[in-house]
Each structure stands twice: as structure tokens, then as C-alpha cells.
Write a protein that binds this ligand. Structure first.
Ligand SMILES: [Zn+2]
Length: 73
């Protein structure tokens, strides 16, 4: 397995991408997720905040925004 942000669940709470509570860009699943990191997807602002705080405390804060894992040409 490659260590790439391709698993389609929230890395914080495990909510599956596609779930109605997942936050999508502009509210539309076809636009992709609203939140993610280089570790994977994040379902909500709350999980995003929790994730970044955890990373910061662990001394592993992200320096730059991760590339959009769903970006396609
Ligand atoms: Zn979550």
C-alpha cells in the first residue's frame, strides 16, 4: 500500500466520503471535499480543526496546504 491520501474516509472520525454529513465544496459532492490534509480527507470544519491541532501538538504541523486529492485536469 502506498502512503497516499486516497482512502475515502475522514481521517479523524472515519465517516465515509459520500455520507450526507460530509462537507463538500459548495455543498455538492461532485465538487469534491471541502476539507482534507496530506493525510487524507476531513469531513467537517470540526474534524479539520481537530486534525490540525493534533498535528501541531505532535510537532507535525502542515507547512503548506495539501494538494486537492481529487483535482483532475
Ligand atoms: Zn470527520
Amino acid at each position: 500500500m502506498l502512503n497516499r491520501p486516497q482512502n475515502r474516509t475522514c481521517v479523524e472520525c472515519g465517516r465515509p466520503y459520500g455520507h450526507t454529513d460530509f462537507a463538500y465544496h459548495a455543498g455538492k459532492i461532485e465538487n469534491g471535499p471541502s476539507y482534507w490534509s496530506d493525510r487524507g480527507l476531513l469531513c467537517s470544519a470540526a474534524c479539520s480543526t481537530a486534525h490540525y491541532e493534533k498535528r501541531e501538538k505532535a510537532g507535525d504541523a502542515m507547512k503548506e496546504p495539501a494538494p486537492d486529492p481529487f483535482e483532475r485536469g
